[in-house]
Design a protein around this ligand. Structure first.
Ligand SMILES: [Mn+2]
Length: 503
């Protein structure tokens, strides 16, 4: 669905979920404002038992002069005209968290995973942490200049901020781009950040800390908190990491529909986002950064999959299982055991490459943003970037490049979920890597040693990645034919597409 698709209606009611949070307000207000500007008879509403009382939301509405109507318990009383459109934001029509309004025409924009997929009336992207991100992206697709409206930019930013637990649970590069791009009212954001919870909630945090549990050997603490605002979990976690014997903290509590999790880590061998993904695998979703992450476990799915297991035991067992699940490999030290590796050759496929100094001046600190995370390098005539079939990017030295690839005269083009971008860190300028990419094809002697992993591995490569490369069972651990300290992971699908065995 496109935002422009909504314009065929003249009257549009934008409905946020009941007890609207910052994300519902941010995404709802942005769409509302866009529709108003297009000359539509638009309205921003919410319904349900409760009127908004949370201090930060009231402040947000007041300061940005967001006109919101409260419809009360609307199911019996409100009926939309036949030619009007009802658009639900940050929620889906018919779900339990949003009062039903009788309407003939219905559209939705949401990031919650209910199993519904996008179609011509719905934009559902459950891989994103906030609905504000979806609306941001939809506005950009309309070539709409959000930054001409500081109120809209600020509301979207705050929506993402709150739904991602202060940006700690961001999963997608689109969300990183959004933070960099939006021009916001910093003073207001600061005020909002500091009116986040009540003195009662502070007490909840205190009680949770008293009830800590510590695994001294693994230096990990697991805490169950009483129900509270998700932000509080992050605050407890930040505090726990100040303790000299704690490296990782896992905090969870009950929330509507399941359990909310917050994870903190201060060691480079445990990335909080990986631990979160592990703990929520098949029963929810999790993500974030290497030091801070969050997640959600769906209660119904949990009970189905782990019948008879209490949530306490689940966390104790799974955290232990996580620590036993991986090996750690440092490229600098090399591999102590090369048993089981075989020789493979790169297939003659066309991939892309860019010379870093074709984009930025020699010596510029650059950040390459890809689906797998950010990589930091310094632009140099000697450093090239390779772009694979699925948009994966990795650096390579010039000399190695020319020994393994032959450049072609054509440009390199691919279609993938997120096109890698590159930015000059000093000037904060970002460009698409594909605009500079040329095609190349691998030479005959492009060989590596590789073997499929039978246990997960975390590889610290010779390049400055944000964190280790994570290899799952079935992915390939590889090292270069000419350099046994150049160790890395190749995803199993990419491996079979790009390498073939030579005996
Ligand atoms: Mn949301």
């Amino acid at each position: 669905m496109l935002l422009a698709d909504l314009l065929k209606y003249d009257r549009i009611v934008v409905q946020m979920h009941d007890n609207p949070d910052a994300d519902a307000v941010g995404s709802g207000f942005a769409v509302y404002k866009y529709l108003k500007e297009k000359g539509k008879n638009a309205e921003l509403v919410y319904a349900g038992k409760n009127k908004i009382t949370k201090s930060n939301i009231l402040l947000l509405l007041e300061e940005l002069e967001i006109p919101v109507s409260y419809l009360g318990e609307a199911e019996q009383t409100v009926e939309l005209e036949d030619d009007a459109l009802l658009l639900t934001v940050d929620c889906q029509y018919g779900e339990g968290n949003v009062e039903k309004i009788n309407a003939k025409n219905i559209a939705m924009i949401d990031h919650h995973n209910t199993g519904r997929l996008s179609d011509e009336h719905c934009e559902i992207r459950s891989h994103l942490v906030s609905c504000s991100t979806i609306v941001y992206d939809m506005l950009l697709n309309e070539n709409y200049n959000i930054n001409e409206h500081i109120d809209m930019a600020t509301a979207l930013y705050y929506g993402l901020y709150m739904d991602s637990n202060a940006f700690s649970e961001i999963r997608h590069p689109l969300e990183r781009d959004m933070i960099d791009y939006l021009m916001i009212d910093n003073r207001l954001i600061k005020r909002l950040m500091h009116s986040n919870f009540t003195i009662k909630e502070l007490e909840t945090a205190g009680i949770a800390m008293i009830r800590y549990n510590l695994d001294e050997a693994r230096r990990v603490s697991i805490i169950r908190s009483n129900p509270c605002d998700p932000n509080i979990l992050g605050i407890i976690g930040d505090m726990l990491l100040q303790v000299d014997t704690v490296d990782v903290s896992v905090i969870y509590n009950e929330c509507p529909g399941g359990y909310k999790i917050s994870i903190r880590s201060c060691v480079d061998t445990v990335a909080a986002n990986d631990l979160s993904a592990f703990l929520t695998k098949d029963i929810g979703n999790g993500g974030g950064h290497d030091d801070k992450a969050g997640g959600f476990i769906n209660e119904d799915i949990f009970k189905q999959k782990y019948a008879g297991v209490t949530i306490e035991n689940y966390f104790f067992d799974r955290v232990k299982a996580y620590y036993d699940s991986f090996d750690i490999i440092y490229s600098k030290k090399g591999l102590s055991d090369k048993v089981g590796f075989s020789l493979y050759e790169k297939k003659k496929i066309t991939i892309g490459y860019v010379k870093t100094t074709d984009i930025f001046e020699e010596g510029t600190a650059i950040q390459v943003r890809t689906l797998e995370g950010d990589v930091y390098i310094t632009a140099s005539d000697n450093i090239y970037l390779m772009i694979g079939l699925q948009g994966e990017v990795y650096p390579i030295e010039e000399e190695v490049f020319y020994s393994k690839y032959q450049s072609l005269t054509e440009k390199y083009t691919i279609q993938c979920d997120y096109l890698p971008s590159i930015s000059n860190m000093d000037k904060n300028e970002s460009v698409s890597l594909l605009d500079y990419a040329n095609a190349c094809v691998s030479l005959e002697n492009n060989k590596i040693y590789a073997k499929p992993l039978s246990k997960c591995a975390k590889v610290f490569t010779k390049w400055e990645y944000e964190k280790y490369m994570m290899g799952d069972i079935g992915d390939y651990i590889c090292y270069s034919y000419d350099d046994e300290n150049d160790i890395y992971i190749i995803n199993k699908n990419i491996f079979s597409e790009t390498y073939e065995s030579i005996l």
